[in-house]
Write a protein that binds this ligand. Structure first.
Ligand code: MSP
Length: 504
């Protein structure tokens, strides 16, 4: 794919339970980048894919517990994901469910291609299995019959299965990663994957499950007794959604290779080891970047459904507003690192960054335009003061600053972008205090007052334009109020939350 197209993906979330803040974080980040790219490259040149991972033992167990068939259960939960994304203004272009025919057919075709070329072979599997992680473990990796990752009880299994020859491609993968510095980001994760690959021999990957143990999955085209391992099925979504194989097995797509696969660090190995090897074996190009962000924590633990410590994004966005929620997630935790979620921290940022800084600047600017100029935006000053020139320079530089922060080299630093925008807001608010426009009015300094108000209007317009990918509703609202020659002041954007009476 050329540089003027952008194809971004999120993980396909398991539908064993409702989405939580962790899931919404990845999709809000992806939405922010997709919106940003649409503004820069044109809507038709951006593809944003999300969806749901619906096969496997985990889903089957959740369906059994709910008393529904697996299909009915997934049909029910998938609605919650779709509603959440529209409720958070997440503008995906395509939503793929791994139970859809387009995906199922594609997966069967892919696995047949790999079988025919000898990269998949039958073998015996004897070892441990962790159902919640859907992961196999060898005897040597296990102590106390507990999963080395999640510490939950493992099941002992012995069965005939099919194996994908990961090991055949290990050397190639190491060389590839070494030659493509942008392939895994941030750098800490790049180093982690590379050192894992250099210090361990990859075992071949068991990519089937006997139907007698699990039949909720895609059938192996060359064995009626097996379904395909859920990870092998799910990863293929990134290509099944945007292209197809021709009769000779050559893959073509308008969008592939992906520009960016986003996820958290928990599933980096699948994306940085299994996935490139699958693509290589299928003779398909590599994605440009696989980015693993950090985790939202609750105290010391990762926020996760299985730990029972999740917070509902629907509740947070409902209580404080969609853009407040988006702002908090993107601003509070640098992309790539872990962060702790707390409602208290969210309210604090609301009151300081949104009510005091942004909301205040917009409201006071529009109030002054209304009061002193009858809501007509005055002309730009012909004799700007040094401080005004400085503020304008900062304003004019914003788009460039943001474009430098939103790329793989700088780890898609949403937080830094917002920080830069808020520096401008702070400069403008400070300037209002310094200039004291009410005294300019009193002293009849009309020219100065005009230039001053025009500068502020330009600042809030520029802030709104820069905020479009991050806080789309807020940006739109500011532009509706201040975007044209005639000001159309509305209510304050972020009325302060009274924490004292909220405590009571
Ligand atoms: N189904 C697999 C992914 C298959 S992709 C082909 C899966 N699903 S999941 O429902 O467990 O989602 C994991 C992803 O959800 C993480 O990689 C991350 O994007 C997001 N998050 C889940 N919990 C999170 C946090 N506590 N913090 C940040 N992101 C989190 O794995």
């Amino acid at each position: 794919m050329s540089k003027d197209k952008f194809y971004i993906t999120t993980p396909l979330y398991y539908v064993n339970s409702s989405p939580h803040i962790g899931h919404s974080y990845t999709n809000i980040a992806a939405d922010c980048l997709a919106r940003y790219m649409r503004l820069n490259l044109g809507k038709e040149n951006v593809r944003f894919l999300t969806g749901t991972d619906e096969h496997g033992q985990k889903i089957q167990k959740a369906a059994d517990a709910s008393g529904l068939s697996a299909q009915d259960f997934t049909d029910k939960i998938v609605v919650q994901f779709k509603e959440l994304w529209s409720g958070l203004n997440v503008t995906y272009d395509d939503f793929i469910r791994t139970t859809e025919k387009r995906h199922v057919d594609f997966v069967q075709r892919s696995i047949q291609i790999l079988f025919d070329k000898g990269d998949i072979a039958e073998g015996k599997y004897e070892g441990w299995y962790c159902t919640p992680c859907e992961t196999f473990w060898l005897d040597a990796q296990v102590s106390d019959k507990a999963c080395p990752d999640c510490k939950r009880a493992l099941e002992r299994i012995s069965e005939t299965n099919y194996f994908f020859k990961l090991s055949k491609y290990q050397e190639w993968l190491v060389k590839y990663i070494e030659s493509e510095k942008d392939f895994i980001r941030p750098v800490s994760r790049y180093n982690e994957v590379l050192s894992f690959l250099k210090n361990n021999r990859l075992a071949d990957l068991c990519i089937s499950r006997p139907k007698q143990r699990l039949n909720w999955g895609i059938e192996l085209p060359f064995s009626k007794d097996h379904v395909i391992y859920v990870w092998f099925d799910a990863l293929l979504n990134y290509i099944s959604a945007v292209g197809q194989f021709d009769e000779r097995g050559k893959y073509t797509s308008k969008w592939w290779p992906a520009s960016l696969h986003l996820m958290a660090k928990d599933i980096l190995r699948q994306h940085a080891v299994y996935w490139p090897i699958m693509l290589k074996a299928l003779d398909i190009q590599m994605p440009k970047t696989v980015f693993a962000h950090g985790w939202w924590m609750m105290g010391e633990s990762k926020m996760s459904k299985s730990l029972g410590n999740v917070i509902s994004p629907v509740e947070m966005a409902g209580k404080y507003g969609i853009d407040t929620f988006r702002y908090f997630l993107l601003r509070d935790m640098p992309f790539g690192l872990d962060g702790t979620f707390s409602e208290e921290a969210l309210v604090k940022r609301f009151n300081s960054d949104l009510a005091n800084d942004l909301g205040n600047l917009v409201y006071r600017t529009l109030t002054m335009a209304e009061k002193y100029f009858d809501s007509v935006v005055p002309a730009v000053s012909e004799k700007p003061k040094a401080r005004e020139i400085q503020i304008r320079e900062k304003l004019d530089g914003l788009p460039e600053v943001i474009s430098l922060e939103l790329c793989p080299e700088t780890n898609y630093n949403f937080s830094a972008c917002l920080e830069r925008i808020w520096e401008l807001i702070a400069m403008a608010n400070k300037y209002v205090e310094e200039v004291k426009p009410w005294s300019l009015a009193k002293e009849n300094k009309a020219e100065e007052l005009k230039g001053f108000i025009r500068l502020l209007v330009d600042v809030i317009r520029g802030v709104a334009l820069s905020l479009r990918p991050f806080m789309p509703q807020t940006a739109e609202s500011i532009l509706e109020q201040a975007g044209t020659d005639k000001i159309n002041k509305g209510k304050p954007l972020f009325p302060r939350i009274d924490t004292k009476s909220a405590d009571k």
